[in-house]
Design a protein around this ligand. Structure first.
Ligand SMILES: [Zn+2]
Length: 294
């Protein structure tokens, strides 16, 4: 029995198998609405190949209104999972099998409840040159303003499985903060249609490029969003900058003040660049990522 629903749209003509997933994290909603729109639009439209659409991989997490399900495991850290493990491990196993069946893969995310992310597409800098070239082409076609190539050695993610199996793949991020941005839904629909067009699966005129920045950073740990500028204590975060701002190393990004008010600690930028992730939920726990700079 399948742990998540999927819609398979088969053109009946030989061609690539593209898999698009939403809801690897349960509190990321633009991706789910995007998949629903593609389910409405695409049947009967494909010129070649096969498209598998998954509106919500992590149903347990979605129903909890949370990033993770009841076992508190992060689906994007435990792949390839385990068919005999807890619910998230089982879903991880099923997702892994699906990714392995793909010729191209798109995984749609957002910052969820607590974070906001600058609209971007990312991919691991796959040591396999063909897979890497495929990922780059997909990211360019998807057409969000920021493209981020990162460390391929990160483990447990949907992207790690794609990388190991040499499947050209991208993930996308778009805002978050417990909202569902309609602009985000539309940009995600356009992005997916652009990739389908680029792969020759759909008749589509490619729009003008909106890509502003391409960063490829192969250093170890790059792309790991949860270890950047950790909160020094439990408390309330007041940011001095917002998403997309450009900062220099040494800038004071914000302040975390303890709940009793007795202690304020400044967060100092550890590098120069663009703020691509912001912890928008005011409450932070010690060690939570607050700002990611790329
Ligand atoms: Zn996510």
């Amino acid at each position: 029995m399948s742990l998540f629903s999927r819609e398979v749209i088969d053109s009946g003509v030989a061609g690539p198998h593209l898999v698009i997933t939403a809801g690897v994290h349960g509190d990321e909603f633009e991706p789910m609405q995007c998949i629903h729109a593609l389910m409405d639009q695409l049947p009967g439209q494909l010129l070649q190949g096969k498209l598998t659409l998954v509106p919500c991989v992590n149903v347990d997490a979605f129903l909890s209104g949370d990033r993770t399900g009841a076992d508190n495991l992060d689906l994007a850290r435990i792949c390839p999972g385990d068919p005999d493990g807890s619910i998230t491990m089982q879903v991880g196993h099923e997702l892994t099998e699906l990714i392995k069946s793909a010729d191209y893969y798109i995984d749609l995310h957002t910052g969820g409840t607590r974070f906001s992310v600058y609209p971007l597409t990312g991919y691991p800098l796959n040591p396999d040159p063909q897979a890497l070239e495929g990922s780059r082409k997909m990211a360019e076609a998807f057409n969000l303003p920021f493209i981020w190539g990162t460390d391929w050695r990160l483990k447990g993610r949907s992207m790690s499985i794609a990388c190991e199996n040499k499947v050209p793949a991208i993930y996308a991020e778009y805002l978050g903060s417990a909202q569902c941005s309609q602009q985000g839904v539309e940009d995600y629909i356009d992005g997916c249609l652009n990739v389908l067009g680029m792969l020759g699966m759909l008749q589509r005129e490619q729009p003008e490029s909106r890509v502003e920045t391409v960063v490829e950073d192969a250093s170890e740990g790059s792309g790991h969003m949860q270890i950047c500028h950790p909160a020094p204590l439990d408390g309330l975060l007041t940011p001095n900058y917002t998403l997309g701002d450009i900062v220099s190393e040494g800038d004071i990004l914000g302040v975390v003040r303890s709940i009793d008010g007795s202690q304020s600690v400044e967060l100092i930028a550890g590098q120069s660049g663009t703020i691509i992730v912001l912890h928008t939920f005011s409450m932070v726990r010690e060690g939570d990522a607050t700002f990611v700079i790329a």
